[in-house]
Design a protein around this ligand. Structure first.
Ligand code: ZN
Length: 345
């Protein structure tokens, strides 16, 4: 996509079926078009005077990319392009995907240093955790203002104060946000969850707007643990790793898999962070009783063994935690939920 001050040009490959392209256009354009507001009308000096030969990065990818990604989804409910269940499902996926990245790395530090090798693999988290940070800040603002002000209002005010020709100082953004919102609490949020190393308490924020995490059963699937959402990604080994509190699936038990083992390949198919979905889709296509070979890494003292486990697939109902609107929210939760999703009325 190519961003201009008042428009966006998008080029997409024609290899998808038309229906998939239509959906992609909606999502891509929703995201890219909002870049005409953020960062084009709300940016720091690093972006305004961008040096292509010797780039200096801003600390605020959480806002430029995360805020844009969040708003690109939220506005689709308001315009009737998706319903509020689809929105929640998308945020749920972002929570799951964000677990593949370092949740204690301050977002501002990652953003500032993202061109360096040890940070660059965290970049794609701007579309996952970055969007969730904007969501929680949105809910925080709604809560503080009794529903009157949200993330969108904050960005509008920021763009009015600065605009396309006037950059802000990178380390003064948070003070500007306090000024335009009138809420010093925004700075507490920023210091803890954006510039600090505290994981954001998504459940706590979602609870305020009448959303809870509920366990539900899936149709029978092939996987290694009972709650697929407890799967993590180890970017050093390109492996899947599992939360040690997770329960093993019947298949994993049958082949002697240990919860501390790392999955390196399934039937020779390796894991690539850019094409993670291909691996997951392959796992989903496995049928009951099919012969399966899992390549794992297993710690053995201070060395690591590469081992092949072979067995017949056992499909099992998996239990996943997913976000749902509460059946009986309190009147306050329901009011805040409406203001959050639909905007102030
Ligand atoms: Zn973007």
């Amino acid at each position: 996509a190519l961003e201009h001050h008042e428009s966006t040009s998008v080029v997409l490959p024609e290899m998808m079926p038309k229906e998939a392209i239509d959906k992609t256009i909606t999502d891509v354009v929703s995201h890219e078009f909002f870049h005409t507001v953020n960062p084009l009308k709300t940016h720091s000096e690093e972006i305004h005077y961008f040096d292509y030969a010797d780039p200096k990065m801003s600390q605020h990818l959480w806002m430029y990319e995360g805020g844009t990604e969040y708003f690109a989804n939220l506005f689709q409910i308001q315009e009737g392009l998706i319903n509020k269940d689809e929105f929640l499902q998308r945020m749920n996926e972002k929570i799951t995907n964000s677990k593949n990245y370092d949740d204690t790395m301050p977002f501002t530090v990652m953003s500032k240093n993202v061109l360096q090798d040890q940070y660059k693999d965290q970049y794609r988290n701007v579309y996952e955790k970055g969007a969730l940070l904007a969501m929680c800040l949105d809910i925080e603002l709604r809560k503080l203002s009794n529903g009157e002000m949200g993330y969108r209002d904050m960005i509008r005010k920021l763009s009015q104060r600065f605009g396309e020709n006037k950059p802000f100082k990178d380390d003064k953004l948070i003070d500007e946000l306090v000024t335009v919102t009138g809420y010093p609490q925004v700075k507490d949020f920023y210091n803890k969850y954006i510039a600090g190393n505290q994981p954001t308490p998504y459940a706590e924020y979602l609870n305020m707007v009448g959303v809870e995490a509920k366990k539900k059963d899936t149709p029978p699937l092939f996987w290694f643990i009972k709650d697929p959402n407890q799967t993590g990604y180890n970017d050093k080994n390109n492996t899947f790793i599992f939360d040690e509190s997770s329960a093993l699936s019947p298949f994993a038990k049958s082949v002697g898999f240990k919860i501390t083992d790392e999955i390196l390949a399934l039937d020779g198919k390796t894991i690539d962070i850019q094409k993670m979905q291909d691996f997951i889709n392959y796992a989903k296509s496995i049928k009951e009783g099919q012969n399966v070979t899992v390549t794992i890494l297993r710690k053995n003292g201070d060395k690591t063994d590469k081992i092949e486990l072979k067995g017949k697939a056992i499909l099992d109902k998996m239990t996943i935690e997913s976000l749902q609107y509460k059946a009986n929210p309190t009147p306050a939760e329901l009011k805040l939920q409406t203001q959050w999703l639909i905007g102030k009325k």
